[in-house]
Design a protein around this ligand. Sequence first.
Ligand code: BTN
Length: 334
Amino acid sequence: MAANANEQTQEELILSFLSESGGDYTSGEALSSKLGLSRTAVWKHVEALRAKGYRIEAVSARGYRLVEVPDRLTSLEVGPLLDTRDLGRTIHHHESLPSTNEKAFRMAQDGARHGEVVVAEQQTAGKGRRGRTWVSPPGLNLYFSAILRPGLPPQRAPELTLVAAVALAESLRDAGVEAAIKWPNDVHIDGLKVAGILTELSAEPERVHFVIVGVGVNLNSQAEHFPEELRATATSLSLALGQPVHRARFAASLWTRLEEWLDLYLDTGFDAVRARWKALSSTLGQDVLVRTDRQELRGRAEDIDPSGALLVRTAEGSLERVLAGDVEQLRPRR
Ligand code: BTN
């Protein structure tokens, strides 16, 4: 693994040298002296980059030129587009992981810092809420987990999921679709799920050690990429827009939004997030069926309380507080 990590750094360095020279050629000699590598080693790295989809022209006596950058989610593609202080400044990029949440959780236990992000091109065991799986085919979508060390008491950590939902819905709106939040933290376009959030926590009674905010966004999946049973309920940004989505640009926009909302939340508290969440919600005002681990509940989704729990008014007139569950909207808002 250490050799791989090292190789990745060399490849990233080669790419940044090549991007710095714009469309001009960089000689093999210049690259090998900058990197302290032999010309053969530079060539091998260039070949490895080509295998990953970078188009690098090589002309004898002139050197190398970067012609095309693939749609990938390494720091090299996302970094220049980012407008954040911490979030995504360190990206741990993987071709394939069972789950970015699991990886980020272990890294946080080992001391990874606030704002570090784990990204995978593919997940083989992507985790959804309530024990479900998150379908994560390679190279199409965005699957990441952000490591946050927010200095909050553990009981306030669930609010971070709503912070992320607001950022997610806003960045999808920035991309040109009418995204809405379905309680607790699904993001929908025209009633079809486009993104989900899985927040996991490590804490002691008084103090959060870290929070992992895991987000999956269907960016370029087409109908055939969804399993049969999801086709009627899932969508992607690309399906909604009718055109391919530049994943690195979307990731940079989302992380920028996420850090803005996180800063506001940590500075001023939950009120502004709650107000924005309510404005973006497709659940409030709806007749709903809520399924929790213990019960099924029907009523009108009236509000979310200061901690993000759903308040449901039943036919009998009582107001029930639901902390976790799934919501089925029984008829569209009038
Ligand atoms: C849900 O709506 O059920 C939540 C889905 C969360 C999926 C993301 S993909 C990146 C991160 N890693 C995981 O294993 N899960 C989250």
